[in-house]
Design a binder for this molecule. Structure first.
Ligand code: 13P
Length: 251
């Protein structure tokens, strides 16, 4: 049975404009209906659209999140960078940290991710902490070790995990149209839960899945009881597809 309080997080990456914000009106309407009011629908547009998007959704059931931040929580001479204080001031409540596109393209290490998570938590932002193995890790049967390292270092010194949501995103699944086999996905997510529980006992972590989620596979994925929601890239830019993903999860 599908969970009744799923997360649907739209990661717009380096796409989007005010036209896309206007089109999200249909999603806002859906989010405000009785059937969907317990779900968490969160838009993570580029930094430049955060405040405009916040103004659009502030009286609705939808929240706004950023896609990254600078590791320094204080203000400082970091040209072109945005810290969590600046993000908070836009009205954002969430922040994606550790996305593989930053890990792999911007040399973001697990230690830098740990600093970013601490900075976000200190501003009372809710963290969407991304983890996931590359294709080479999968082929070398190294997925468990990679996930363990990402979680262990990323969460080092953090006492309270209550404001952290985990997003399992196999790197080889992002933007490829390929999703993991059901057994593989369940095994990896259960391993993630096990690793988190070893780091902190008695928490019930929320685990999202990300990677090529679309209206066609949403239902099948949502039936996996360990999955508490989706982090959606490409399909989330199109309001109709995003709505279809949300609806398919329950039909
Ligand atoms: P796609 O849904 O485009 O595969 O992207 C997934 C993702 O990276 C979400 O953070």
């Amino acid at each position: 049975m599908t969970n009744n309080n799923m997360f649907f997080i739209a990661n717009w990456k380096m796409y989007g404009n005010t036209g896309n914000i206007i089109k999200s009106t249909t999603v806002i309407k859906l989010a405000n209906t009785k059937k969907y009011k317990n779900h968490k629908i969160i838009y993570c547009p580029p930094y430049t659209l955060l405040n405009a998007f916040y103004k659009k959704v502030k009286n609705s059931n939808i929240s706004i999140g950023a896609q990254n931040c600078h590791a320094n929580s204080d203000f400082g001479a970091f040209t072109g960078s945005i810290n969590t204080k600046l993000i908070k001031s836009t009205g954002a409540k969430y922040i994606i940290i550790g996305h593989s596109e930053n890990r792999n393209n911007n040399d973001e290490t697990n230690l830098i991710i740990n600093k970013k998570i601490k900075s976000a938590l200190s501003e009372n932002l809710k963290v969407v902490f991304c983890i996931g193995e590359k294709l080479s890790d999968k082929k070398n049967k190294n997925t468990y070790n990679v996930l363990k390292k990402q979680l262990k270092i990323g969460l080092k010194g953090i006492k309270n995990f209550n404001n952290i949501i985990f997003a399992y995103e196999p790197v080889w699944s992002i933007g490829t149209g390929i999703i993991p086999k059901r057994t593989e996905l369940i095994r990896n997510i259960n391993n993630v839960i096990k690793i988190i529980n070893k780091l902190k006992k008695s928490i019930n972590p929320k685990i999202l899945y990300g990677g090529s989620v679309n209206p066609k596979n949403a239902k099948e994925l949502a039936q996996i009881k360990e999955i508490n929601g989706f982090l959606v890239g490409g399909a989330s830019l199109n309001a109709k597809k995003f709505i279809d993903i949300i609806k398919k999860t329950y039909n």
